[in-house]
Design a protein around this ligand. Sequence first.
Ligand SMILES: [Fe+2]
Length: 344
Amino acid sequence: MQSILNSQYFNEYFTNGFIDTGVSLSDGLLEEMKSHYKNVAEVRNDYPQYFTKNEHQAYLEGKVTGFLFSLFPGMASRMVSKLYGKSYNKAIHLEQAFIEKVCSQLLQQNFQRFFNTRFMVASYDIYLGNDHNHRSFIDIHSDVPNFHHFYETENDITIYVPLIDVNEDNGGRLAILPESKCKLKIPGNVLLKQFEDSFLADPDCLDENGYIDSDKIDPGALKNFINSEPYKALMDNYKISTNFVRDYYADEFIKNDWKAGQIVLFNNKTFHAAETWRNPEYNREIYMIRLLPIYDTKIQLKKTLHGSRFNKYLIDTQTGSIQLYQHGVDLSQIPQQEKLKLRA
Ligand SMILES: [Fe+2]
């Protein structure tokens, strides 16, 4: 994160686990977002589609369950739907109706001052809504990189906006384990290096600019990658680290109160958990945008996720602007000197 954030804000992130941007959504935008998501069907939950062929199932659910899931995919998808159905009333991914508006409000208030790197991709957005009977993601975890997104880094930054007040009375706060308190962090960039090691030498996997195009990877080759020792070791590392944190650091998470509309930054690759929502009067509502820093790796962004286009917005921290690329941000067009180094 030191290469992503300006030092003052890196210190805040390192110590607290989050950065308070000091910016809040305008009242108008907050109301617009709440009413937009209110009109989305109550039962909509986009999480299970990540698990139809999920390569991490064995690690998330335990190896035995994962093995059973691979034998009985129908049962697996019912169990996963139930699990996520219990967590959220609404989990809405990739609407992207508010990425530009939220980022513009931030940029108007000097959002660029936080960053030490020129470009960030505003990859996708997520809305989560749950009442007090739905548990949300209260278990300690780090968001494990997955093949649906394909390009994720250990330094991704999430714009996190509660659309309601989260505090001691309401619950629903985000609990984060700051790097200052625990040196365990999933080395997510290892996955990018493993992708390069496995696919960069195969011309069939590359686009016309010599970048790995995930859509060109043969399903058999991807399966071999998933079963390879280096990838398994990374997943073992994930599981071991998560267990260490659950066993030895559970008391050291920091929870902060936020008012509706306050904009916070955090890294979803650090360990975090949601607090139970306690207010029976109304629902917890959270909106997030995932920002990706750009490395000099020869991996192209995916263009679609579950049928929707994503990776369409590029933030330029030098000009303080956000630009929409209807066909997706093309990483090969970004000058090499403006990219972060994946390898020293
Ligand atoms: Fe998470």
